[in-house]
Design a protein around this ligand. Structure first.
Ligand code: GLC
Length: 464
């Protein structure tokens, strides 16, 4: 792989430009970015396989039965709710697990590709105490909420008993699973926003958003392209991440470390105005306000755009000759910089256990496998997913399957990506942002108004 490094004034203090072109990669990626969530806050007592049904507040709640399936050879079937998977990564993972655990069968239930929709489905199910799902994929933004709501089983006892060293994982991904001093979710794969570009059209990617705008206007139409830039501007979670990246690039943040709402700043207004300028331009699709990650990927791999913002997994399908028109012509770099530098939003998925699961021990066995080195390697090689275990980036097969993973600067980007606010009321904050951002992007209100509304509404949500 050819990697070009540039000096970018970046809040991430790094720069990255890599080229996927001609990397001979046949890794496949999918668009699955969703997970499942579940509830039930149990303290599991070491050694006895029993769940102490105590919720986060210390109340005695929940069901009796999470006492289960010690390894006594009993045949057990667990249900795993997974993100939508267009690759064979999930099947390969389940197959490898079942081979090693002949007494456990994993039934896969595929959820929708939209994280917000799958979130709501889980909440409906778990809040009713449903125990159908044992294990589920969870977006990094859910663990705090699901822990507090009593949907998730805490995992500390298992982590200790199996001697899992959380220091082997990227710190930010471990933090995503931690709430109230306990672990509720195991890091499974990580995501950070990247700029993909066509190496047959541009020699080097834009370093700033203004350069991206200029280049898009100038080069749109080359090599049969229809668009300069693709992003996620639909009213859903992906829009929040795109906005957080603009905010970060221009030096704004939504909530600071002490949970103060700091969104109302001139920097945030500038950032949102830049976003509006791009969305209103004629180098994005006319229906950009409906664009999500799958729409972005489809258009990009069909050769329709010069630049696109997406997650690392798009590398796999972009390089898959069976479905991509642009194999060999795809480069990637940091997202362009604003006044403060370049900022990547942190995404990714965790794995959790339903607090009401009747198969806790078997569920943990699957979680352990799936989120351990062997499972994450399968997801990286078969599905283009970025591992959360640092050592896997040095694994030859992983590097070969996905050239991005061999790029040190990419790994740094992953480690430095900007998280969304970590709070059990994150869904409310996200809804507020989605609505106000959409109104501003549609031209219904100004950037100032949107920012002021966000400030007021997020403050009152946090006060409740
Ligand atoms: C990806 C990310 C996830 C994010 C979602 C938004 O799936 O991994 O964290 O919430 O995209 O669409």
């Amino acid at each position: 792989m050819k990697i070009k490094t540039k000096v970018l004034k970046s809040i991430l203090a790094l720069s990255m430009a890599g080229v996927l072109a001609a990397c001979g990669n046949n890794g496949e990626a999918d668009n699955n970015e969703n997970g499942a969530g579940t509830a039930n806050n149990g303290n599991i007592n070491a050694g006895d396989g029993e769940v102490d049904n105590t919720d986060v507040e210390g109340n005695n709640t929940v069901n009796e039965s999470s006492n289960v399936n010690e390894n006594d050879g009993e045949e057990i079937t667990i249900t795993y709710a997974s993100g939508q998977d267009t690759t064979n990564a999930t099947d390969a993972l389940v197959e490898a697990f079942e081979e090693q655990n002949p007494n456990i069968t994993v039934e896969v239930r595929e959820m929708t590709a939209d994280t917000g929709q799958s979130h709501d489905q889980y909440v409906t199910e778990f809040s009713g105490g449903d125990d159908t799902i044992d294990v589920f994929d969870a977006d990094v933004i859910w663990p705090a909420e699901f822990a507090q709501a009593g949907y998730a089983l805490e995992l500390d006892r298992f982590i200790e008993a199996d001697d899992i060293n959380l220091d082997d994982y990227f710190e930010g991904t471990v933090d995503s699973g931690n709430f109230d001093g306990r672990m509720w979710a195991m890091p499974t794969y990580t995501d950070a926003g990247l700029l993909y570009y066509r190496t047959d059209i541009v020699d080097s990617p834009p370093e700033t958003w203004d350069e991206l705008i200029e280049m898009s206007q100038e080069l749109q139409g080359e090599e049969g392209t229809d668009f300069g830039y693709l992003m996620q501007a639909n009213q859903y979670e992906g829009l929040v991440v795109n906005a957080i990246e603009f905010f970060g690039a221009y030096g704004a943040e939504v909530i600071d470390e002490d949970q103060n709402v700091t969104i109302n700043s001139p920097e945030a207004v500038t950032a949102l105005e830049k976003m509006i300028e791009i969305v209103a331009s004629d180098f994005v699709p006319g229906d950009i306000l409906n664009f999500d990650e799958p729409a972005t990927e489809n258009a990009f791999i069909n050769g329709q755009a010069i630049f696109a913002r997406n997650w690392p997994y798009m590398q796999a399908n972009a390089q898959n000759e069976e479905i991509s028109e642009v194999t060999g012509n795809v480069g990637f770099s940091l997202l362009p910089a604003g006044d403060e530098g370049s900022a990547a939003g942190l995404g990714g998925w965790m794995t959790m256990i339903n607090r009401n699961s009747q198969n806790v021990e078997a569920a943990w066995e699957f979680v352990k496998f799936k989120t351990g080195e062997e499972g994450q390697k399968i997801s990286a090689v078969e599905g283009g997913r970025a591992p959360t275990i640092r050592a896997l980036y040095d694994d030859e097969e992983v590097q070969e399957a996905a050239p991005l993973f061999a790029d040190e600067e990419f790994v740094e980007t992953l480690e430095n990506a900007i998280p969304r606010p970590v709070t059990p009321i994150y869904p409310q904050i996200s809804d507020i942002m989605q609505i106000e951002l959409s109104r501003a992007l549609a031209g219904d209100i100004s950037a100032e108004e949107a920012i002021e509304n966000m400030e007021q509404e997020i403050e009152s949500a946090l006060d409740e």
